[in-house]
Ligand binder design. Structure first.
Ligand code: HEC
Length: 102
């Protein structure tokens, strides 16, 4: 019985693990400028794909707390919780950098 339970758990958990982090709910807004996969969609927006997790997390906290003065990003990130902020950093960090759109 235990083996069956473990097997069932692995079957449901593994695909989720293989797919990397779950798409954060707020990603849609970010994607307008940074793309879903972290390749910038508008001039002036940085690529985020594959940047280090601790760097992305730190940058987002700086926008949120006003320590980075970029009104656009401060408005975009808003009063986000640490948990949601972390999910966004995880997502972009896990993306593979691709070809930038010209
Ligand atoms: C309206 C366009 C726009 C939207 C929407 C937007 N960003 Fe940005 N983002 C920018 C711009 C422009 C910068 C560069 C700002 C600066 O000079 O610090 C930036 C910078 C960043 C950086 C810092 C990158 C670095 O290399 O230091 C991160 C991380 C980031 N954005 C994440 C996000 C996330 C996550 C969201 C969604 C909650 C988001 N952005 C929404 C335009 C946008």
């Amino acid at each position: 019985m235990r083996t069956v339970l473990i097997a069932a758990f692995l079957l449901t958990a593994l695909p989720a693990l293989a797919a990397g982090p779950v798409k954060p709910a707020r990603l849609g807004l970010c994607a307008a400028c940074h793309g879903e996969t972290g390749m910038a969609q508008i001039p002036g927006a940085p690529n985020l794909a594959g940047q280090r997790l601790d760097y992305l997390r730190g940058a987002l906290k700086q926008y949120r707390d006003g320590r980075r003065n970029a009104p656009l990003m401060k408005a975009a990130i808003g009063p986000v919780s640490d948990q949601d902020l972390d999910a966004l950093a995880q997502w972009y960090s896990a993306q593979a950098p691709g070809q930038a759109t010209p």
